[in-house]
Ligand binder design. Sequence first.
Ligand SMILES: *[C@@H]1O[C@H](CO)[C@@H](O)[C@H](O)[C@H]1NC(C)=O
Ligand SMILES: *[C@@H]1O[C@H](CO)[C@@H](O)[C@H](O)[C@H]1NC(C)=O
Ligand SMILES: *[C@@H]1O[C@H](CO)[C@@H](O)[C@H](O)[C@H]1NC(C)=O
Ligand SMILES: *[C@@H]1O[C@H](CO)[C@@H](O)[C@H](O)[C@H]1NC(C)=O
Ligand SMILES: *[C@@H]1O[C@H](CO)[C@@H](O)[C@H](O)[C@H]1NC(C)=O
Ligand SMILES: *[C@@H]1O[C@H](CO)[C@@H](O)[C@H](O)[C@H]1NC(C)=O
Ligand SMILES: *[C@@H]1O[C@H](CO)[C@@H](O)[C@H](O)[C@H]1NC(C)=O
Ligand SMILES: *[C@@H]1O[C@H](CO)[C@@H](O)[C@H](O)[C@H]1NC(C)=O
Length: 352
Amino acid sequence: MKIFSRHYCNYVSVLILFYCIILSLNKTGFGLANSSNTATPVYLNNQTFTCHNLTNANQRIMCFTTPGLLKAIVDAEQLARKECSNQLEYERWNCSGFAVITPSNVTKYATAETAAIHSLMSAALAHVVTRDCRFNGMQCECGKNTTISSAGNQVMYGCSSNWEFGMEMSAKFMDGKEKHGVVIGDRQLINLQNNQVGRTVFLDVNHKKEPTCKCVGVSASCSAKTCQRGLEAFSVVAASIKDKYKKSCKVSVKASALQPHQCNSSSISNTTLVHTLSSPDYCHKDISKGSFGVQGRLCDPAVASKSCETICCGRGHIEFTKDVEGKCCKQVGCCGVQCNDCKRTLTFYACR
Ligand SMILES: *[C@@H]1O[C@H](CO)[C@@H](O)[C@H](O)[C@H]1NC(C)=O
Ligand SMILES: *[C@@H]1O[C@H](CO)[C@@H](O)[C@H](O)[C@H]1NC(C)=O
Ligand SMILES: *[C@@H]1O[C@H](CO)[C@@H](O)[C@H](O)[C@H]1NC(C)=O
Ligand SMILES: *[C@@H]1O[C@H](CO)[C@@H](O)[C@H](O)[C@H]1NC(C)=O
Ligand SMILES: *[C@@H]1O[C@H](CO)[C@@H](O)[C@H](O)[C@H]1NC(C)=O
Ligand SMILES: *[C@@H]1O[C@H](CO)[C@@H](O)[C@H](O)[C@H]1NC(C)=O
Ligand SMILES: *[C@@H]1O[C@H](CO)[C@@H](O)[C@H](O)[C@H]1NC(C)=O
Ligand SMILES: *[C@@H]1O[C@H](CO)[C@@H](O)[C@H](O)[C@H]1NC(C)=O
């Protein structure tokens, strides 16, 4: 009986010890299953997306340990893809196959399109993190305060957009995927350059935006103002990246450095997108390269920037009409306007 109870005691104390270890692991943050990131499912293309979906270990760990990051990366990918499609709607490549955090056949090859995708995603992540700074559980403070005196007025910067925080998070996440080994190969160098271009464009565009100011205090003189630097619309960033995509530079990699190969500038700057492979023509369907062909693409023979000849690769186009619902407005009397729902028949053109 005595022996039995001693065994029993040992058994209980071992159990208690285990229980304590489990508790302390949870307290020190090893109980990742309950982190805010995995608790709320995030949706991407109607599928759930969690930190587990990231294939790169650096990115996965960062996702698990950074509050708000999971939502930010999914939002950033959707924003980047949408703005890419808006900018390139009437180009041969219309951003089909755009994906960064899920597999894509386009980004398998280091083409100019891949350069555009990586820089857009890198810029979009900086944008979204800056926008969501202090929300969604993101741990971030107001942007830098600067005090400037202008014409005797004290100009103070209040809680400004923290671009630096957005840039830092974007760099850590995007570049973290490339820096997983000791040796950085050619493809990693290319990706790192293009990621960095996205962030540089993001910062350049935002530096150009005028701060918004308001007068402080009750006096009408507006002797003191508080100003905040804001966040420029992402479409402005995307338009700038589009220009850089058109001028993407073909490079070769020699001794871990990028050498201009077929390129209009003699050196690679921090705003030069780079690629090593020529693009597919995107005229023909080749799913393995993310090229979906031009059949069905919309164009307009009367508008140079939407040229059917160019978009359709000379295969010709068809004309069709479609009823579009909208508002029809007419003037009523001297000063009123009356609007009604109405249908209008519009003409469209699409590639054969
Ligand atoms: C932790 O997760 C479990 C299920 O995985 C859930 O039942 C529990 O309520 C969560 N606890 C907290 C504090 O979120
Ligand atoms: C996503 O799911 C919703 C409802 O389940 C559906 O209405 C919508 O069409 C789906 N979107 C896509 C892109 O599949
Ligand atoms: C994420 O992984 C889960 C489980 O493997 C899968 O069901 C889901 O489709 C993935 N999400 C995306 C967006 O690929
Ligand atoms: C900037 O100023 C505002 C208002 O004075 C303050 O709340 C904020 O904490 C300051 N931010 C930093 C980064 O010092
Ligand atoms: C990019 O290069 C220019 C000129 O060399 C420099 O002034 C600028 O600070 C650089 N920008 C970044 C974000 O590194
Ligand atoms: C280089 O510049 C010429 C003339 O401006 C232009 O036609 C050509 O497409 C450019 N090439 C590249 C790779 O940007
Ligand atoms: C990628 O290419 C393979 C063939 O190489 C194809 O089976 C697959 O569906 C493609 N993936 C996508 C997302 O288009
Ligand atoms: C892009 O082009 C493909 C065909 O190449 C088409 O299926 C797709 O709908 C287009 N995407 C957009 C957003 O217009």
